[in-house]
Design a protein around this ligand. Sequence first.
Ligand code: TMP
Ligand code: ASP
Length: 237
Amino acid sequence: MDKHALLYEGKAKRLYKTSDENLLIAEFKDDLTAFNAEKKGSELGKGALNNKISTQLFRMLETKGIATHLVKTLDDTHQLVKTCRIIPIEVVVRNIATGSLTKRLGIPDGTELPFTLVEFCYKDDALGDPLLNDEHCLILNLVKSESDLEELRRLGREINTILKSFFAHRDLILVDFKVEFGVDSEGNILLADEISPDSCRFWDVHTKEKLDKDRFRQGLGSVKVAYEEVLKRILAQ
Ligand code: TMP
Ligand code: ASP
């Protein structure tokens, strides 16, 4: 399967058309951005690591009944995915308070939340991905009905339950993550985009060391080493 016209270029991936309208090729880039691309960088091999990590996690989630857009890995930095219309809502799932939640509500960093929190953000870089409530989603026509939002929340929580336990077995605390969903030509909701250290926060259970993109956001260094460690633990049985 060859890459045809570039369909979309995001901060961390490019999407290409293929000869089959139902299939796209996703290319994982080495670029890193933070704070709505105010901070930019690049880490050689980061794209390949995220491709491997996301492929493993999507395959594992498929075995647990989560439908995803992933068809297969093509090479180090490319995967074949099903064409879908991305719902422009970033579904953020949080187990522990940190990042923007701490800044927004003053909950001390590292506080375990009394229950899993699901937030919606508008996938719109020009607006800085603002937080949305259900009524905002409906007014903006991001989904058809309240029940679509309930389904996104349910999927976010289910993915969290599966991933939290998967990572706990690998001595990693899943602090929070962001997922995106798409709708295929038959109207099915599919997990899309990626799940990687770019889109999750992982803390080592013993040392609380950050093993995710916060190393880049906060200038902590050893970004690639951290991503390699996450892949190593994912591959450990
Ligand atoms: P936040 O605390 O900055 O809102 O981030 C919450 C989670 O979402 C964290 O795991 C990082 C992830 N995330 C993305 O994947 N993309 C984004 O643009 C942002 C802001 C966060
Ligand atoms: N991905 C977002 C950006 O580039 C924000 C983040 O992940 O911190 O700007």
